[in-house]
Design a protein around this ligand. Sequence first.
Ligand code: EPU
Length: 451
Amino acid sequence: MDAFVIEGGKPISGRFEVHGSKNAALPMLAAALLTDEPVELSDVPRLEDIANMLRLLGELGVGVSETDGQTRGGRTVKTHVTDTSLSHARYDIVRTMRAGVCVLGPMLARRGEARISMPGGCAIGPRPIDLHLKGLAALGASISLSNGDVVAKAPSGGLRGATVFLGGPFGSTVLGTANIMSAATLARGRTVIESAACEPEVVDLGRLLQSMGARISGLGTPRIVIDGVEQLGGASRRVMPDRIEAGTYAMAAAITKGELTIANWPVDALVGPFEMLRDAGVEIELSEHDPLDTTGGDSIRATAFVRRIGALRPVELTTQPFPGFPTDLQAQALALLTLADGNSIITEKIFPERFLHVAELLRMGAHVIRHGPTAVISGVPKLVGAPVMASDLRASAGLVLAGLAARGRTVVRRVYHLDRGYQRMDEYLNGLGADIQRINEKALEEVAVPA
Ligand code: EPU
């Protein structure tokens, strides 16, 4: 296992170009299962979760080939179904990546059957899939549990359209919406998803499905209507920029008092974090963006110039489904606000247990009190380096940001969590002025860490 050794206190400045989105690419790759023709995606990021998804697709009879992309470490991935007789997504793969669940809808729709290991919980709390299953059952699937696997079977005439309500105790479900929408593209008749997720990644998937021939309307709204078609064809699409990576790098500049130009900034997808950063006293200016262009094409991509000169102001924020502030930037925002001039309040409304980073930040001198889903952060003038442990992907990013700003040396262990969702973050940050060394944890004894 690798750890990051971070010498803090160096401003993050320069130019960074955002990669393609992990959470958009994952269900888009799974959509390959819906057609016998090739599907080509560009700007697919090089990440552990994506590698696992490609492995899973390989086990499900999908041939995968890749070529280098034209831009910064992205690549083009071409998928082509060669064997439709396979339908089992095994525990070994699904346990490493919950997003494996998004093969369920496409396999059921195209192959009439899907067997997928039931995903377990993870460090950010319980992760049920009851809404996915409820939606597929509404389309006529029979669902059973066997030996830890969910077994879903379509009725003999195939899935049939229905009205599906996807609202749960914490709002809609992103991958659940992706699953039902994908399955419904090949169902007989009309499916209406009520309380659908409005996240931009769902819209990106929907646009891919449309270019494969699916008939979908209402993308980006809580009511998506899908009229099933007989079959889907191949398509090509560029994956949207990763809004969470963009937001994380903006916060890296903000927490270190740097100046960062961020290209491929997905404007429409980042409204909540944009407001939050401005409220916190961070300057952000957008350029190369036409706010009047609503064609949904590349107009979503802008260049953001992020700079912090003065003190950080405290902020009150609540994580919410899109377009609210995303839960996937909560840990990073919390790390940033530990240095604000006053008291901030963060309430987590998507994953109320997602606060494992708090205990680690306390070790770095942060003042945070947690009451259930709410954290009260009393800003301190400085953080101090300490050995800390990453618990999940976004918590790791929060700890890295804290380490960049802290005085002295921070060692973040278990950065494999980070590698699941951030492409070579240590190398990119070093290119922007950071001092991060990636070392094997076995070598840690040789690194002096402040007590
Ligand atoms: N939920 C249910 N029942 C369900 C599904 C979800 O109660 O059947 C609850 C969840 O427990 C949670 C809420 O609904 O409280 C939202 O969960 P959702 O299903 O939307 O999450 P997801 O689709 O499994 C995706 C992202 C997550 C991101 C969430 C919320 C991917 C691969 N994952 O997960 O990303 O936090 O949406 O926006 O798209 C990450 O990238 O670090 C990450 C965890």
